[in-house]
Design a protein around this ligand. Structure first.
Ligand SMILES: *Cc1c(COP(=O)(O)O)cnc(C)c1O
Length: 379
């Protein structure tokens, strides 16, 4: 099946008891058993719930993986991956990272004896240099957040396979429509469903997908043992969002490209960060591993100060000032004071997050209205 067909049909069976074409919201905590130990595969909804199972199968199919697990947030999904590790283990991570991911690494799991190394992953050699016998996991986010660098997943996968280290990719920014890390050799894909997959800014949820049955056993064991699951109502909304994922992503990619090209011509703008631009340093890798370049566009200002960025943000009429991304509506944010405020200033500047950097999540509105809003805010 091709992607668009999978988005609508994969993992979804008409309801057996009624024929309902849409997966019902199984709002139930428990299931009656015929006799002790004899049930229909569902015993208690922390362990398994039919609405959540449909979503897990759908996501696994979209990522071309075998096993999916959904959680109460993207961070709960990340928490599950880290709980596969033990004290003394080491992790190598992208330095240009979602702020919340950096926070769970540095304020929760470091305390439990896991060591984290950060590097730009533009060269696999930089990752290799940090590896030792304790390295268990390489954590990649690509495109990176918020400077939208692109990391070569295939090259890293050949390194991690050679050294028997797990490779996990946060695929939130790309979605499986744009990029499928398992096909490129990754072991685990992570999503914040909150963003493009949900697509309508109405849920907070996360997911993991893998094709490795040993990892899947661990994933389901931790999902059940730690209990950070999502509810059936949210699973239903995510399933509804997925049915238009391919259509939304096509438009997000088109609008993202048009916004990036337009910003490049604006005299107030210093740099535009978008892998779809031919002069982006990772344009070649992006073309190789991505199908489109998403709706995420960052730029900074010639007059580089936080105050100047705040002024521009205040003038937007369509781009709403908000955290998050990936919904149908356009959003704008200021990483230095919002999403990335929990990252120390020196670490932040080192990864290219200037004080005036503005991150746009370009929605699926009419492009003329979006370009008009950018022009008037930057005038
Ligand atoms: C939002 C986000 C997360 C965290 O997901 P939540 O659903 O907010 O917990 C992780 N990674 C990336 C890239 C994100 O954008």
């Amino acid at each position: 099946m091709k992607f668009a067909t999978k988005a609508i049909h994969a993992g979804i069976e008409p309801d057996e008891s009624t024929g309902a074409i849409m997966t019902p919201i199984y709002q139930t905590s428990t299931y009656v058993q015929e006799e002790v130990g004899k049930h229909k595969g569902y015993a208690y909804s922390r362990s398994k719930n039919p609405t959540r199972s449909a979503l897990e199968s759908s996501l696994a199919a979209l990522e071309n993986g075998k096993f999916g697990a959904c959680f109460g947030s993207g961070l709960a999904a990340i928490d599950c991956v880290l709980k596969m590790l033990s004290p003394g283990d080491e992790v190598i991570s992208t330095n240009d990272l979602y702020g919340g991911t950096y926070r769970i690494f540095s304020t929760i799991f470091e305390r439990f004896g896991i060591k984290f190394h950060y590097t730009s992953m533009d060269e696999p050699a930089k990752v290799k240099a940090l590896m030792n016998e304790k390295t268990r996991l390489v954590w990649v986010e690509t495109p990176t957040n918020p400077t939208l660098k692109v990391i070569d997943i295939e090259k890293l996968a050949s390194l991690t396979k050679e050294t028997n280290v797990l490779l996990a990719v946060d695929n939130t920014f790309s979605t499986p429509y744009v990029q499928r890390p398992l096909e490129l050799g990754a072991d685990i894909v992570m999503h914040s469903i909150t963003k493009y997959i949900g697509g309508h800014s109405d849920i907070v949820m996360g997911a993991l997908v893998t094709s490795n049955s040993d990892l899947a056993d661990e994933m389901y064991r931790i999902q059940n043992a730690s209990g950070a699951i999502c509810g059936p109502q949210d699973a239903f909304l995510a399933l509804r969002g997925i049915k238009t994922l391919h259509l939304r992503m096509q438009r997000h990619c088109e609008n993202g490209m048009a916004v990036a090209e337009h910003l490049q011509k604006n005299p107030a703008v210093a740099n535009v960060f978008y892998a779809g631009l031919p002069d982006h340093p990772n344009h070649g890798v992006a073309r190789k591993q991505m199908n489109g370049f998403t709706g995420m566009v960052s730029f900074d200002l010639k007059n580089d100060s936080a105050e100047n960025a705040h002024r521009v943000l205040k003038r937007f009429r369509l781009f709403a000032l908000a955290e998050s991304l990936g919904g149908v509506e356009s959003l704008a944010g200021h990483p230095a004071t919002m999403t990335h405020a929990s990252i120390p200033v020196d670490v932040r500047r080192l990864s290219g997050i200037s004080d005036s950097l503005i991150r746009l999540s370009v929605g699926v509105e009419d492009i003329d209205d979006l370009l008009f809003d950018l022009d008037q805010a930057l005038a």
